[in-house]
Design a protein around this ligand. Sequence first.
Ligand code: TNX
Length: 503
Amino acid sequence: LVAALVATSVSASPSAPAAAPLGFGGVVPVPVSATPAAGVTYQITSSTSLYTDVPAVGDQLARQLRRSTGYPVPIVAAPAAGGISLRLGSVSGGDEAYQLDVTATGITVLANRAAGLFNGVQTLRQLLPYAADSATVQPGPWPVQGGRITDAPRYAYRGAMLDVARHFFPVAAVQRYIDQIALYKINYLHLHLSDDQGWRIVIDSRPRLATYGGSTAVGGDPGGYYTKAQYQELVAYAAARNITIVPEIDLPGHTNAALASYAELNCNGVAPPLYTGTDVGFSTLCTSKEITYTFIDQVLGELAAITPGPYLHLGGDEASSTKPADYAAFMNRAQAIAAAHGKTVIGWHDIVKATPLPSTVVQYWGTTPKDSAVAGAGRKVIMSPASRAYLDMKYNSRTQLGQDWAGLIEVKDAYGWNPGSYLTGLPSQQVLGVEAPLWTETIRTSADIEYMAFPRLPALAELAWSPYGKHDWTAFKKRLGAQGPRWRVMGVNYYHSGQIAWP
Ligand code: TNX
């Protein structure tokens, strides 16, 4: 036995070939099918070129490779032997599907659409040595395991939410998060743009929303807001990474910042002071005043005009200062206004207490899997069960950041559920997808965001992307651990969960 252990440790010693590729075992979300070709390795070298049918996707990969390898990686006008090719063609599995082939003489990603090519490139990035994600030139070598991966998503909606209202995050911080979530094939970023503590988007017809309502944040921290140009810059930055922005204006509760900005929105005509605490449920728009509906028509109209994505999120949660009948009538009118501006409504699942339009998507945030009222009438549901998917919950009782009202969520808890069968009475085909919300009462910096999102966000991304037949905690732990060295290279401040053997 001792001899065997010695022999093993010798063969795994640093004298093993330095150019061993990472292999297919470290890809998150796990692909539908991954078949390595034994002994086949592709090497990125100083003569590697890149051909792409979709310049926006190829340029990003070329830029990354140039930055870390120092090689020229020219974009060429026709596929070159020995190079990398990103090609549109025909694969099964829809717009986001891709096929990745790695041989000794080339790498080809094939997809029906740009979205599929982008997804295939994210998988390829995870097959590259960790140093390929470095911002500076690294020595290499740059081997890639040979074989074939075919892949397509389980769900069309794979989301993350960032609450930019409780704390404001400037454009660069949101872009940083977009870069990080795109690597895990997240394709929607929901921005919680308004709450009691701050209003974060310019509305030209209501300028005080941003300039006054946006001036505060939780705990007296600095406020802030996005100009329309900055918001559009975020929309474009996300779109280039296959991510659609879902803007949320939370109504009719969570509106103190708006009520403080415009006195006429209050039933008593008196503007309350700005608010920097963390209570919920105390504010409401005045549902009986006609001006309230003029107001939301202005806000939703201007927001719809700068939002190319299909969805407007109208919130609707925790409206405990709005009488139930008023809430229902208000949310019904608000939905009609959003629809008149050409958008599909998403609402937190409280919206089932009104009359959801047939097209309205309900976002489940509860903690009780028997809470099946949301399942009615064949409507589509986004699954964000707070006790599994809330990135602001603490990992354990010692976690400094975050809250614990929905429980403690270690990595295994975030991973250990099936969105297709979690909610009693909700058939799997009504599940539109999964979203991982990050509320920011206690979150103030990019480092804070990263600590709460990593490694749980990749766990939720795998639930949203991978077929449930591939769900396997033991195998997932290894794949997830393989992300650690890459996050260190990228400067991602992740939580070193004791459940994972980080290499
Ligand atoms: C509940 S979940 C909220 C948010 C808080 C969050 C804190 C939901 C729809 N509303 O207003 O920020 O808890 O975890």
